[in-house]
Design a protein around this ligand. Structure first.
Ligand code: HEM
Length: 813
C-alpha cells in the first residue's frame, strides 16, 4: 500500500519535471527521428516500408496506422485517396481540448458534413475578397522588417530572424478570414493572439512531454490549466463577424445542426491550422530563396514584369477613363443634348440621366412617366435613360403630327430587343420592306376574310367558357384569376389564324406554347434590366441570354416546320387539282397561306421573311387581345350597371339561344363595342409606342433633333381631361356616335393610327366581341373591390394586370 502511494508520488513528480524541462531536448530528438524515418530508413529500405516494429516509447502511434500490431506505411496516394483511412490517430488528441471536433479532428461521420459546409468558403470568388487582407498585411510585414533592419545607429543591419515576424503576420490574415475580425497583430499587441501563440507553444511542449497523460490528469499540471483557460476565455469573441464564421452561422440559420461549441471548434481549427502552417511554409520559402540567389532573381524578374504590366494596365485605364470623360463632356455640350434639354423634363444626373428617379415597381414606373411627370412638365417633356433620350407626347395635335407622318415610321431603338424573335417582320420592318409587306398582308384583314375566322373565335370561346366553368366547380370559392385562361384562348385563336394549325393550348400543355410564354417573359425581363443596353452578342453570353436564344431556336424551328408542311400541303392540293378542296383552303386561309400563295404568284418572300411575319402575328396577336379582354372584364366586374346593359343587348341579339356569334351579330353589338372601346381607353393594351426621329423636326415650339426617340403616351393621352371629362371614370357612352362627334381623331388611338396603325385592329375587335359576348352570356362577373382594391397595371410590352385578375363568376342558368 505504502509502496504504491510512494510510486504514485514519484510518477507525478516525474511528470512535473518532464513537463517543465523536456521540450527542448525532445525537439532535438524529434528532428533526428524525422531524419531517420523520412531519410535514412527510406534510403535503406525503399519507399514502401512494411513490418517495421519501431515503437516509440512515448508516441505509440506516431505517423502510423496499426494493422494487427504491424506498422504499415502505405504508398502515399493510396492513403490519401482512401475513404477508409480518414480518421485521425490518438497523437492528435492533445489538440482536442483546443480544437474539439473541428474539421481537423472530426470523426468520420461528422467530418463529411463539416467539410461540405466549409468547402464553399474556399471558392475562387470568395478567396478573391481576401486579397486586400493579404496585401495590406504584406505591407505591414515589410514595414516591420524594414524597421527591424535599421540598427540603433540608423544603418541597415544585414541579418534578422524573420520567423517571429512571419508568425505575427499570418494570424492577422487568418483571424480576418476565419472570424472576420481585424487584429493588428503586427502593429499592436493583441491578447487574443498572444493566447493563440501561447497555446500553440504549450501544445508543442505537451507533444514532447506529457502527451501520454489523459486531459483530466494533464489539467493538474500548470500548463494544462493554462491550456483549458485560454480556450474558454476566448470563446465569446468569435460570434460577431463574417467570413468563414459567417458562413457557418448562415448555415445554422438554414437549419444545419451545429452547436455554439461546434462553431467555436471549427473557428479554432482554422485559427490553428491557418497561421503556423503558412508562417512555416513561408519561412522555408525565404530560406530557399536566400540559398538560391539565381532563382530569387528569376522570381524578381517575374515580379518586375508583373509590375510593368500592372503599370501599363493602369495607364491604359487612366487614358480610357480620360477619353471617356472627355467624350462624355463633349457629348454633354453637344447641340443634340442642348437641344433636347431645352424641352422641360425631370432634372437629369450624370451618366444615369433620370433612370434613378424612376421607382422600381413597373406599375409605378408607368404612373410616374405617364402620370406624375405629365402633370409636372406638361404634355411634351423629355427624359433621359442613360444616354438615350425620349420625348414624351400625350396631346392629340402632337400625336397626329407624328403618327400621320410618312417620314417617322421607323420604330424606336427600344424595340430592338424584339429583333432576334421577330426579325424584320411587319412590326419592326422599315422603309421599302415594310411598305411591300404591309401591302401584301393588308388584304388578309379584309372583312370577307375575317368572316372566315368567326368559327375559330366561337369554337375557342366555347372551350374558354367550359374551362372557366370547370375551374369554378373545382374551386371552393367562385373567384378565379381569369388572365391565364384568356391568354391560352387567344393563343389558340392566333395559331389557327396565323398558321392554320390547332395547338389546343386551352386543353393541353405543349412545348411551343410554353416557349411562347417564356420568351415573352424573358423579353420583358430584358426590357427592364441592364440586358436592354447590351448588344445581342453580349447578351447571348449571360445565362438569361442563353435561355433566350435557346428558346428562340425552338420557336423558329417550330414555325419553319409549320411553313414547310403548309407549303407541301398547298402544292399537293394544287397537284390534285381538286377544286372543291382548294376552294376550302381559299375560304379558311391562314395568314401564312396567303403569303405562300403570294409567293407562288411571283411575290418575292424568302422563307425567313415568311417566318418573321408569322412570328410577328403570333407575338402581336395574343398578348394584346388577352390584355384587352382582361381589362374589359375588370370594367364589367366593377361596373355592374353597364354589364347589365350589355347583357340586355346580348339578349336582344341572341335571345335565349346558344347560337354562335356571326359577323352580322357582332356588328349589331354596339353597346358592347362602346364598353370594349372605353376599357381600351382606360387600359390600352399597348400603353405607349415609340418612333425614331430620323430627321429634325419641330413640335410644340421645340426642336426635336435627329436621333431622339419619340414616345406616344397612349395611356396619358386617353386620360387627357380636355377630351375625356372625368377621365378616370368608366363611361362607355363617350363612344356613342353623337358623343364622339367633334372629338379629335387622335385623342383615342389604342391601335395607333396613320400608316403604321395596327393591321389586326378589325380582327382584334371581332375577336374581343365574340369572346366577351360568350363569357357574358354564360356568366355574371364581379370584382371584389373591397378585398383587392383597384387592379394595378404593369406596363410591360402590353399592359397586364400586376397581380392577375381575380373575378367572381356566377353561371347564368
Ligand atoms: C386589342 C388588341 C390589339 C391592340 C391593342 C393592338 C395594338 C397595336 C398597336 C398600338 C400597334 C402599333 C405598334 C407600334 O407602332 O409600335 C400595333 C401594330 C401591329 N399589330 Fe396590333 N394590336 C392588337 C391586336 C393585334 C392582332 C390580333 C394582330 C394580328 C392578327 C396584330 C398585329 C399587328 C401588327 C402586325 C402590327 C404592326 C403593324 C405595322 O407596323 O405595320 N395586332 N398593334
Amino acid at each position: 500500500m505504502w509502496q504504491a502511494f510512494f510510486a504514485a508520488i514519484l510518477l507525478v513528480l516525474a511528470i512535473l519535471f518532464l513537463d517543465q524541462h523536456s521540450c527542448s531536448c525532445n525537439t532535438m530528438i524529434f528532428l533526428e527521428i524525422m531524419q531517420t524515418i523520412q531519410g535514412k530508413w527510406v534510403r535503406q529500405l525503399g519507399r514502401i516500408l512494411s513490418q517495421l516494429t519501431w515503437i516509440s516509447t512515448l508516441h505509440t502511434d506516431f505517423f502510423t496506422c496499426f494493422h494487427g500490431g504491424k506498422i504499415l506505411w502505405y504508398q502515399l496516394f493510396k492513403i490519401l485517396a482512401c475513404q477508409t483511412f480518414i480518421e485521425k490517430r490518438t497523437s492528435y488528441n492533445i489538440l482536442r481540448p483546443w480544437l474539439g471536433g473541428g474539421l481537423l479532428l472530426a470523426s468520420m461521420d461528422r467530418w463529411g458534413k463539416n467539410r461540405r459546409l466549409s468547402t464553399p468558403a474556399f471558392r475562387f470568388e470568395i478567396l478573391d475578397n481576401f486579397f486586400y487582407v493579404f496585401n495590406k498585411n504584406a505591407d505591414d510585414l515589410c514595414q516591420q522588417l524594414a524597421k527591424a533592419a535599421i540598427s540603433n545607429k540608423g544603418q541597415f543591419t544585414k541579418e534578422i530572424d524573420v520567423f517571429p515576424f512571419l508568425k505575427k503576420c499570418t494570424p492577422y490574415i487568418i483571424s480576418e478570414a476565419a472570424m472576420g475580425i481585424k487584429i493588428s497583430a503586427q502593429l499592436e499587441d493583441s491578447k487574443y493572439l498572444r493566447d493563440v501563440h501561447r497555446i500553440s507553444e504549450i501544445v508543442v511542449k505537451r507533444f514532447f512531454s506529457s502527451n501520454f497523460l489523459p486531459d483530466r490528469l494533464k489539467q493538474g499540471v500548470a500548463q494544462g490549466r493554462l491550456e483549458v483557460d485560454v480556450n474558454d476565455e476566448d470563446l465569446g469573441a468569435f460570434k460577431k463577424r463574417r467570413a468563414f464564421l459567417d458562413l457557418i452561422l448562415m448555415a445554422v440559420k438554414d437549419g444545419v445542426e451545429l452547436s455554439d461549441v461546434d462553431i467555436h471548434h471549427e473557428v479554432d481549427t482554422f485559427m490553428f491550422e491557418g497561421h503556423h502552417t503558412t508562417a512555416a511554409a513561408f519561412v522555408w520559402f525565404l530560406y530557399c530563396m536566400a540559398r538560391n540567389p539565381e532563382h530569387q532573381e528569376l522570381v524578381r524578374q517575374e515580379l518586375d514584369e508583373l509590375e510593368m504590366i500592372t503599370a501599363l494596365l493602369v495607364a491604359i485605364l487612366l487614358v480610357l477613363l480620360t477619353v471617356l470623360f472627355l467624350a462624355y463632356r463633349r457629348w454633354e455640350c453637344s447641340s443634340f443634348v442642348k437641344t433636347i434639354d431645352l424641352i422641360p423634363g425631370p432634372k437629369k444626373r450624370p451618366i444615369v440621366g433620370n433612370a434613378t428617379s424612376l421607382p422600381s415597381e413597373s406599375d409605378e414606373i408607368m404612373q410616374t412617366i405617364q402620370g406624375k411627370w405629365v402633370k409636372q412638365f406638361g404634355r411634351i417633356y423629355r427624359s433621359w435613360l442613360g444616354f438615350r433620350t425620349f420625348v414624351h407626347i400625350s396631346t392629340p395635335n402632337f400625336v397626329e403630327k407624328i403618327l400621320t407622318s410618312q417620314t417617322y415610321i421607323e420604330k424606336g431603338k427600344s424595340y430592338s430587343i424584339l429583333t432576334p424573335w421577330l426579325g424584320e417582320g411587319l412590326l419592326l420592318a422599315t422603309g421599302i420592306k415594310w411598305k411591300k409587306n404591309r401591302r401584301l398582308l393588308t388584304p388578309a384583314f379584309h372583312f370577307q376574310i375575317l368572316d372566315n375566322f368567326f368559327d375559330v373565335f366561337n369554337k375557342n370561346a366555347d372551350i374558354l367558357c367550359d374551362q372557366l366553368a370547370k375551374a369554378l366547380k373545382s374551386e371552393c370559392c367562385k373567384e378565379i384569376d381569369v388572365f391565364p385562361f384568356l391568354k391560352k384562348c387567344t393563343l389558340d385563336i392566333i395559331c389557327e389564324a396565323a398558321m392554320g394549325i390547332k395547338i389546343n393550348a386551352q386543353l393541353e400543355d405543349t412545348e411551343y406554347i410554353r416557349n411562347v410564354h417564356r420568351i415573352s417573359e424573358i423579353v420583358v425581363e430584358r426590357f427592364f434590366s441592364f440586358g436592354h443596353f447590351l448588344p445581342d452578342w453580349a447578351y447571348r453570353c449571360t445565362p438569361k441570354g442563353r435561355e433566350h436564344f435557346k428558346i428562340l431556336k425552338q420557336i423558329h424551328d417550330f414555325t419553319s416546320q409549320v411553313i414547310r408542311e403548309r407549303k407541301e400541303e398547298i402544292a399537293l392540293e394544287e397537284m390534285q387539282n381538286n377544286d372543291e378542296d382548294f376552294g376550302k383552303i381559299k375560304k379558311r386561309r391562314a395568314f401564312l397561306d396567303l403569303m405562300l400563295l403570294a409567293v407562288k404568284d411571283g411575290v418575292e418572300l424568302s422563307e425567313m421573311e415568311i417566318r418573321n411575319e408569322v412570328d410577328t402575328f403570333m407575338f402581336e396577336g395574343h398578348d394584346t387581345t388577352a390584355s384587352a379582354l382582361v381589362w374589359f372584364l375588370y370594367c364589367m366586374g366593377t361596373n355592374p350597371e353597364h354589364q347589365e346593359l350589355v347583357r340586355e343587348e346580348l339578349n336582344e341579339v341572341f335571345g335565349n339561344s346558344a347560337s354562335p356569334c356571326t359577323i352580322e351579330d357582332a356588328n349589331k353589338l354596339k353597346y358592347l363595342e362602346c364598353c370594349i372601346k372605353e376599357s381600351l381607353r382606360l387600359y390600352p393594351a399597348v400603353p405607349n409606342i415609340t418612333r425614331y426621329i430620323s430627321e429634325d423636326f419641330e413640335l410644340g415650339g421645340y426642336k426635336i433633333p435627329t436621333g431622339a426617340s419619340l414616345s406616344v403616351q397612349i395611356y396619358a393621352l386617353h386620360r387627357n381631361e380636355e377630351y375625356f371629362p372625368d377621365p378616370d371614370v368608366f363611361k362607355p357612352e363617350r363612344f356613342q356616335v353623337d358623343e364622339s362627334i367633334g372629338r379629335h381623331a387622335f385623342a383615342y388611338v389604342p391601335f395607333s393610327a396613320g400608316p403604321r396603325n395596327c393591321i389586326g385592329q378589325r380582327f382584334a375587335m371581332f375577336e374581343e366581341k365574340v369572346l366577351a359576348s360568350a363569357i357574358l352570356r354564360r356568366f355574371r362577373v364581379s370584382y371584389d373591390f373591397a378585398k383587392h382594391g383597384p387592379s394595378k397595371g404593369n406596363a410591360e410590352l402590353v399592359l397586364r394586370p400586376k397581380h392577375g385578375m381575380p373575378l367572381n363568376l356566377v353561371s347564368i342558368s
